[in-house]
Design a binder for this molecule. Structure first.
Ligand code: MG
Length: 238
């Protein structure tokens, strides 16, 4: 009998190599060279939404000018004139927001330092003074309001500056025009992971003003009647 040209083991190795070959580096398609971005404090490819000078990127929720109070030190203050929204509309994005709850502590639970960052005017990452202030878990600071509590409570003291870094992927309509494909939230609160790729379903909205999904929509900052401060807001559409 003629000897086989390959032992069974050698044949197996050849077969495995054939299967694995699409993963070999030499076979990968050429990648696009990443664009150069200067990190900043504000990344060079970001859109600044509030740099402390004016409210020109914003309008009132009911139309007209945004009327939040501009303070001397590059800060804006929620002042009871209603929520504000960006003039520009966004979809998937990376968003940086700095905020501080009032240093004078008033109220409790949802009544203390309440505001909110609404992606697409629909999906709220809660702003709240959650420093030694209990409330329902999916309504505390850095919660995806009404949907997901933060992994930890990373809240600083009242009056201290805090940051949210939010990576948002919007829910989208599938090709059939009816099925809603979920999006996602990943959130860092003061640099600490608090929302880890949480699904954002199409019906997860907490804003009565906005329903359904939209290709693009404004970012909204909530006026909940508490004098919360904001500064240094920028966004990178993805
Ligand atoms: Mg709120």
């Amino acid at each position: 009998m003629m000897p086989s040209r390959r032992t069974p083991a050698a044949s197996l190795i050849v077969a495995l190599l054939a299967t694995a070959s699409p993963l070999l580096a030499a076979d990968k398609p050429a990648e696009k060279e990443p664009a150069v971005v200067t990190p900043g404090p504000v990344p060079s490819d970001a859109i600044s939404l509030f740099d402390g000078k004016d409210l020109s990127k914003w309008k009132g929720e009911q139309g007209g000018e945004a009327k939040w109070k501009l303070l001397a030190d590059g800060v804006m203050e929620v002042n009871g004139t209603g929520s504000i929204m960006t003039r520009e509309e966004f979809a998937d994005c990376q968003l940086h927001v700095e905020w501080a709850s009032p240093s004078e502590v008033k109220g409790e639970g949802q009544g203390r330092g309440n505001s909110g960052v609404y992606l697409q005017g629909r999906y709220e990452i809660q702003v709240l003074d959650s420093y030694q202030n209990k409330t329902y878990f999916n309504g505390q600071a850095a919660a995806f309001y009404g949907n997901a509590a933060p992994l930890v409570n990373a809240c600083r003291k009242p009056g201290e500056w805090q940051s949210y870094d939010i990576i948002f992927h919007a829910p989208k309509l599938a090709e059939d025009g009816k099925t809603i494909l979920p999006g996602s939230f990943t959130v860092l609160h003061n640099g600490i992971l608090v929302q880890d790729h949480i699904p954002v379903k199409g019906d997860a909205t907490t804003a009565a003003k906005f329903k359904g999904v939209a290709p693009k929509a404004p970012l909204v900052l909530q006026d909940h009647g508490n004098p919360v401060h904001y500064r240094n807001i920028w966004i990178r559409p993805l």
